[in-house]
Design a protein around this ligand. Sequence first.
Ligand code: PLP
Length: 247
Amino acid sequence: MIPPLYINLERTAVILENYIARNILDVRGRITAAAKRAGRDASEITLIAVSKTKPVETIEAAYSEGERVFGENRVQELLEKYRVLPQDISWHMIGHLQTNKVRQVIDKAVLIHSLDNLRLAAAIQEEAGKKDIICNVLLEVNIAGEESKFGLPACEVEKFAAQMAVFDRIRVLGLMTVAPFTEKPEENRKYFRQMKRLAVDISRKNIDNVSMEVLSMGMTGDYEIAVEEGATMVRVGTGIFGERDYH
Ligand SMILES: *Cc1c(COP(=O)(O)O)cnc(C)c1O
């Protein structure tokens, strides 16, 4: 006779926690090494654990490893997790944001990484005004000019940044990009360099409401290169939590 399949949930939780703990340690080690290669201090770099599609228990495992900064790409999912998980977590909205979702998310996310059009800026200005808050954002740049991607074309970022001067409820803290998917991360180095150069050029313009202290770039496949090229935030999902199941 075949015995009944017995799943020890506590044991499963321990295995998950160990797996995530090991991954976080590995990613942090690689960030430190990449920073060192570039003559930078690793403390300049924030690791955002991208928890999209992952259940609350998985995030709790990372939380017990000391991780406090998480990234989500859908408003609904961010809000649900915000509601049930500890209040000392910093939630980053890293995905495309629709104007009709602004109201729900601006006082929950510490940073919105995806501002790329004026209509969205106007919506953030209005809703932040109603809540009497200042909203921190990054300008999303489609650095490789990919058809399928959101973000401002590189040649329009500076002009767009200048337009932010009238939005006194918005603080642009820097730039964000999702570099092309590639098996060879080295191929993205040129894009990360371009991002850094853009940020430096814009910061020289001294635009009201705009600073360029944050460069959010680099994902599981290419974050080490991004750190070498000046990233101050890297967004790592698969490298911490494993492959995602989309259903
Ligand atoms: C999913 C996602 C990531 C993380 O991707 P991984 O390759 O799993 O590290 C980073 N940034 C954005 C905007 C994402 O949507």
